[in-house]
Design a protein around this ligand. Structure first.
Ligand code: OXD
Ligand code: MN
Length: 601
């Protein structure tokens, strides 16, 4: 069975970084008593420890060494073919009542779920090493920063978390010795990587996560979706801040005026590409820098929203990444990267669909089978991933470690829609912006198991990640707006609209700078716009389209509203709100009525 490696016994000085906090020690003791590991490995995140774990992972085939000349210090991991994406159907929010988890989460009773999980975990680590990983989410000196511990029996998780979080000593320092300090308890065991025993369970009231039966990133790197979003959003609502599925980027004009923008797109809709955007030649002197590519934590300071990226690395979708689509990502993943489920070429390099250049004549596909360009199967899994440190990104924003965060001028929502939704529009005000976010929809992607290409409502791109009742989440957004004296403007974008021929109307990638520029203009109080029932729309001449090879008709279509499509869209908003069973705040219902009235004129 893949991924299930025997215990490892490290030499002196490795694997013995025991924390001082008694609450942590008691919890580790409790989990070890339950899971019965062969030994306990206390991770410190050091270089020496990392080298040791990589060497052991290579011996046990958890990692495959790549050609170190082509991709230095980089490795390939293959997950079990039954375990390649997040499993939303097996993801649970275990609040005392079903109502607290709300209509969009799978709920299960905490007492029963703990009992079931304890049964599955009993003796689960026999013959294995139990790793205890201390980690920190957020910059060292941020008031938003959280400490978590993940117990796992997977070396892949340890190696990945070292990239994705600030791991080791730094987290122990932040936690200190106070047994009552707030910290997240995460328990992960591969068990036998069996989909029948795969559960990702969150206990928000206990700040606890238990994940079993999977070895795939989003299910097992508990820092990310589980802590930073599901538990994070619950804590954020209780503590008055925001935990969002958002990239954060900086954009600086040639004159040196800088803005930060946060953008929520569903999984695999180009957040990483947008966060690392390189402006086209026409925008000489403009610079885009990355604060984060997936998660934004935001708090109010002086009436404004300030954001930090809680993560320390990128866990990005590989297929489609190229020097054309994202040169900064290509540079980032050229070294010190763990690849999961991509293809291996005969010269020890990695390959995936959409990479620059010709496909290799022969490769080993993500399952470990021979592959040639004639093969029917894809060489890389559509949800194959890179795990790479944010430090590798040549466009990393200089303020990424700033504890107070970066001030947000604009929030962007966006989904993958072939029709109906224009390239960009601006909300009339905060509450209308919340409505745009709440009714967002997107065609589904390979990031989660299930059908691909189906339009589903995905409010604020948080449908799979909001750890409490979605109605309360909407209300939290509205409440935050009331506390902001200088709120960011809110926009909606759609890079994915298609023409009658089924082809994308907008070139996307670096050219999205043209839309970003309009968003910045609007945030600075300039930039033309026309009022429409769905918000402020640019007319074609409000967008800088110079030196862009695009047809006038395509621009008209991109910015146009089709009356019939919008009638259907508004009906779908109503259907969605109705499906939530009465939890939607009155304010958003009113927004919907106003929108509908706008189309009746
Ligand atoms: C991710 C996701 O992995 O959203 O970031 O699925
Ligand atoms: Mn994501």
């Amino acid at each position: 069975m893949k991924n299930l490696a025997p215990a490892i016994f490290p030499p002196e000085g490795i694997g013995d970084a025991k924390p001082g906090n008694k609450a942590v020690l008691d919890w580790v003791h409790e989990i070890a008593t339950l899971t019965q590991p062969e030994n306990i490995f206390w991770c410190d995140g050091s270089e020496r420890e990392n080298e040791f774990l990589i060497a052991e992972s290579l011996k046990q085939n958890v990692l495959i060494e790549l050609n170190q000349k082509k991709v230095p210090r980089s490795y390939l991991h293959r997950s079990n073919p039954n375990d390649v994406a997040r499993v939303e159907q097996f993801t649970f929010v275990c609040t005392p009542t079903k109502q607290e988890a709300g209509p969009t989460n799978n709920w299960s009773d905490p007492t029963e779920t703990y009992a079931k999980l304890r049964g599955l975990l009993a003796g689960a680590m026999r013959g294995r090493t139990m790793f205890v990983i201390p980690y920190m989410m957020g910059p060292e000196d941020s008031p938003l920063t959280k400490v978590g511990f993940e117990i796992t029996d997977s070396k892949y998780v340890v190696l990945s978390l070292r990239t994705m979080t600030r791991m080791g000593e730094i987290a122990l320092r932040r936690l200190g010795d106070d047994p009552n300090a707030e910290w997240n308890r995460g328990v992960h065991s591969l068990l036998d990587v069996n989909p029948e025993r795969r559960f990702i369970c969150h206990f928000p009231q206990d700040n606890t996560i238990i994940s079993v039966g999977s070895g795939y990133g989003g299910n097992v790197l508990l820092s990310k979706k589980c802590l930073a979003l599901r538990i994070g959003s619950y804590l954020a609502c209780k503590q008055g801040w925001m935990a969002e599925h958002m990239l954060i980027l900086g954009v600086e004009s040639p004159e040196g005026r800088k803005h930060y923008v946060a953008a929520a797109f569903p999984s695999a809709c180009g957040k990483t590409n947008f966060a690392m955007l390189i402006p086209p030649v026409h925008f000489k002197g403009w610079k885009v820098t990355t604060v984060g590519d997936d998660i934004g934590w935001m708090r109010i300071r002086d009436g404004r929203l300030y954001a930090v990226n809680p993560e320390n690395g990128y866990f990005g979708v590989v297929p489609g990444t190229s020097f054309k689509s994202n040169p900064n990502a290509m540079q980032s993943i050229a070294h010190d990267t763990i690849y999961t489920n991509v293809a291996l070429t005969d010269d020890g390099d990695v390959w995936w669909e959409g990479k620059d250049g010709e496909p290799p004549a022969h490769a080993i596909d993500w399952r470990g089978n021979d592959w040639t360009p004639q093969s029917k199967e894809k060489a890389a899994h559509p949800n194959s991933r890179f795990t790479t440190p944010m430090r590798n990104n040549p466009a990393l924003d200089p303020d990424v470690e700033k504890g107070e965060g970066v001030p947000i001028s604009a929030i962007i929502f966006g989904g993958r829609r072939s029709d109906t939704v224009p390239l960009v529009c601006q909300a009339f005000d905060w509450d209308h912006g919340v409505y745009l976010g709440a009714t967002m929809a997107s065609e589904t992607t390979a990031a989660a198991t299930g059908a691909v290409g189906r339009v589903r409502r995905d409010p604020m791109a948080m449908l799979p990640f909001c750890g409490y009742n979605i109605g309360d989440y909407f209300q939290h957004w509205l409440d935050i707006g009331k506390r902001l004296t200088n709120p960011p403007l809110i926009f909606n974008v759609n890079w994915f609209r298609k023409g009658a021929d089924g082809k994308f109307l907008w070139p996307g990638f670096g050219e999205n700078m043209r839309v970003l520029k309009w968003i910045i203009d609007r945030s600075e109080g300039s930039g033309g716009a026309l009022k429409s029932p769905i918000g402020w729309l640019p007319s074609p001449h409000d967008l800088d389209l110079a030196e862009l090879d695009i047809d006038h008709n395509a621009v008209d279509e991109l910015l146009g509203l089709d009356h019939e499509e919008w009638q259907k869209e508004i009906a779908a908003h109503k259907e969605f709100f109705d499906s939530l069973g009465g939890v939607v705040p009155e304010e958003l219902q009113k927004q919907r009525e106003q929108l509908a009235a706008g189309f009746e004129l």
